[in-house]
Design a protein around this ligand. Structure first.
Ligand SMILES: NC(=O)c1ccc[n+]([C@@H]2O[C@H](COP(=O)([O-])OP(=O)(O)OC[C@H]3O[C@@H](n4cnc5c(N)ncnc54)[C@H](O)[C@@H]3O)[C@@H](O)[C@H]2O)c1
Length: 313
């Protein structure tokens, strides 16, 4: 049996669905945190409930009963709260839902025999890496610039510590800007697509030349499952596409998919936002056999088709 925490969210629901398709028995856990529209999470969950081998527990991972964990083979800990900008105003919430929640879950796993604990970390742990030092690899000293990045790094350190101190087989995956089906509404590609569809102006922070390594969710899910099935313990992996694209270019690709022009409104850069991200994915390639398959054009096309089918506005 497999546990996916945060199963009603973006990455957790995509991951749980892939595991269910592979005939795994999945217990999904989510507390429906209200960081964004809970209706979206309920809709994600309704897709998972179509599978006979799925069971859902509405619960906060901080209060999970040890008996549930006891029989788990793998725990994919995807529950948490994203959003760099919101974390600047709400640092305590990020500490509680990312750092403390992960610690409490790890502690409860001590009395289980799990084969792997897979933690959803983030590229935000790196902070602002000078452009000439990109792509960034896992050896780089972390210096997060937002409370979000800090909370993700604290949780990651606990995962690594539980491996060293207790031999718990943990891996931490540093996701680089994941996008695709069921994407969070606060994330750039979702916001941009909906603004263009609704003929509303898009706020572009800075000059639009900041770049991101965008990772299609199906590629990320493949990397996540590979990490659980690897022999690795106490290891950190970058999960990215290994390519970077500017926000201006992203808008251009979405415009082309929708065949509709965007109205742009340039505003000041936000604190907590890094200028550029780009993953060195050679470690995941060599150890996990991870290979991203989606180009940014193919990923955005699939995502836009999904929106246009009315799956999500
Ligand atoms: N989306 C990205 O680009 C990205 C990038 C890097 C890292 N991550 C990390 O991946 C994970 C999943 O991100 P996402 O984009 O799917 O976010 P999401 O907000 O869509 O999903 C997270 C889910 O976790 C649930 N949750 C939060 N705290 C909980 C708790 N204490 N108990 C039970 N459920 C709880 C929320 O209700 C939500 O449904 C997060 O940990 C995030 O930090 C995401």
């Amino acid at each position: 049996m497999i546990i996916v925490t945060g199963c009603a969210g973006f990455i957790g629901s995509n991951l749980a669905e892939e595991l269910l398709k592979n005939n795994e028995q999945v217990i999904g856990i989510d507390c429906f945190d209200d960081y964004y529209d809970v209706g979206i999470k309920k809709k994600n969950l309704s897709e998972l409930k179509k599978y006979k081998n799925f069971k859902f527990l509405k619960q906060d991972v901080r209060k999970i009963n040890k008996d549930i964990i006891k029989d788990a083979d793998v725990i994919y800990h995807q529950a948490g709260i994203g959003g760099v900008r919101y974390s600047i105003e709400n640092p305590k919430k990020y500490f509680e839902l990312n750092a403390a929640a992960t610690f409490l879950l790890l502690e409860k796993c001590l009395s289980s025999n799990i084969r792997k604990f897979v933690y959803a970390s983030s590229s935000s742990v790196y902070g602002n890496v000078p452009e000439n030092l990109l792509p960034v690899n896992e050896e780089r000293k972390c210096a997060p610039i937002s409370p979000y990045g800090c909370s993700k790094l604290a949780a990651e350190e606990y995962c690594m510590n539980f491996y060293r101190a207790y031999g718990m087989p943990t891996v931490a995956l540093r996701y680089f800007t994941v996008y695709g089906l069921r994407q969070r509404p606060d994330e750039a590609i979702c916001k941009f697509a909906n603004k263009i569809l609704n003929s509303e102006p898009i706020d572009v922070y800075g000059n639009g030349q900041q770049t991101r390594d965008f990772t299609y969710v199906k590629d990320a899910v493949r990397g996540i499952i590979l990490s659980a099935n690897s022999k690795s313990g106490g290891e950190i992996f970058n999960i990215g596409s290994g390519q970077r694209v500017s926000l201006s270019e992203i808008i251009r690709i979405i415009e082309a998919c929708l065949d509709k022009k965007a109205h742009l409104n340039y505003v000041n850069s936000q604190s907590g936002d890094v200028a550029h991200t780009l993953a060195d994915i050679s470690k995941a390639r060599h150890i996990l056999g991870y290979e991203p398959k989606y180009t940014i054009e193919a990923g955005i096309k699939e995502y836009i088709e999904w929106i246009q089918k009315g799956k999500r506005k």
